[in-house]
Design a protein around this ligand. Structure first.
Ligand SMILES: [Fe+2]
Ligand SMILES: [Fe+2]
Length: 336
């Protein structure tokens, strides 16, 4: 795990010779050289302010998405139809909490505290993935989230395993392995439901109809409307463009839908022989921006639940700090 203890004193402080700091242009050149050579930037390395800020924003948004993303499916843990499904769902929702923790830790290595990041989320200043502002109306939604939402997350996140910032890239390797389990459990649950009664099949189709378009929007605005993407590419933070990722996702999902026996709700979706890719219909970006800007079906509920969970957990943090202080005092006493 990355450093959790940035407030600890440096044991070597004061023993090192002061080295004159290189001029900023030389540092910038070194940084650019690392970008050109596709080498990693580590927390102790010099980096431009804008690179640091972009990473803090992206990593914290990513962490927020993981922990807010626990809510739509968490709502179904007590209503899972069998012990097996409940155990799988519990494990998956716990994984998402873990992803949030790795990512907050990666964000902390950039000099921003977890409290600062959480304050951004709780005050509504920081964003999280808009997909989690949609409701989970039936049990089929849980399977569809695994299949499509986690499937889209994998498509988005595998390239981040090669991100130029070391702690973020390393966190993503484990996260992607777990996301793969999430996708498979969703698909398998849907396969079972599609083999059930006509009412079950209808429930799955209804969930697919509601989630398909918001999932396509998860990849972000079209490349033509993404002015920051070029800088992200240069910095090795973004490796594949929004539209390319969306296309890869559509192409991978169409055969899976066929195996499941569901229809993807897009009359324009068809194979384009010349492009050797699927064409698909127009995404409703007005709906996407309305949800991003706080007006989705569940934005207020999600944020209120998150803030309450944080407040309810205050005693755990207090107890952990008191325990750590006691242990430190005991260690000091023993050392004396
Ligand atoms: Fe996750
Ligand atoms: Fe996941």
């Amino acid at each position: 795990m990355y450093t959790q203890a940035m407030d600890l004193p440096d044991p070597q402080a004061g023993t090192l010779q002061a080295v004159p700091a290189p001029a900023e242009s030389a540092l910038q050149q070194q940084f650019d050289g690392k970008m050109d050579a596709d080498r990693k930037i580590e927390p102790q390395d010099w980096m431009p302010d804008a690179y640091r800020k972009t990473l803090v924003r992206q990593i914290s948004q990513h962490a927020h998405s993981e922990i807010v993303g626990m809510q739509p499916e968490g709502n179904w843990i007590s209503r899972a139809p069998s012990l097996k499904r409940k155990a799988i769902l519990l494990a998956k929702v716990q994984d998402e909490g873990g992803h949030g923790l790795y990512l907050y830790s990666a964000g902390e290595t950039l000099g921003t505290s977890r409290d600062q990041m959480l304050e951004g989320l709780h005050s509504g200043k920081a964003k999280y993935s808009s997909i989690f502002n949609y409701p989970t109306l039936t049990w089929a939604d849980v399977g569809v989230i695994g299949w499509l939402v986690d499937g889209a997350a994998i498509m988005n996140q595998v390239p981040i395993c090669r991100c130029s910032y070391g702690p973020y890239a390393r966190a993503m390797i484990r996260i992607c392995k777990e996301e793969s389990f999430h996708q498979r459990q969703g698909f398998e649950s849907l396969m079972v439901q599609m083999g059930g009664t006509p009412a079950q099949r209808e429930m799955v189709q209804d969930a697919v109809n509601r989630w398909w378009w918001p999932v396509l929007a998860m990849f972000g605005p079209p490349d033509a409307d993404s002015p920051n993407s070029a800088q992200g590419m240069r910095w090795g933070i973004k490796r594949i463009s929004n539209d390319e990722l969306r296309q890869k996702f559509v192409d991978a999902t169409v055969p899976q839908a066929r195996i499941l026996g569901v229809t993807l709700p897009d009359p324009d979706l068809k194979w384009n022989e010349a492009r050797a890719q699927h064409d698909y219909g127009v995404i409703d970006w007005d709906d996407f921006w309305a949800v991003v800007n706080g007006n989705g079906p569940c934005n207020k509920e999600r944020l209120a639940t998150r803030v309450k969970a944080h407040e309810d957990g205050q005693w755990v943090r207090d107890a952990a700090l008191a325990h750590a202080a006691k242990q430190r005092a005991r260690a000091l006493k023993e050392a004396a």
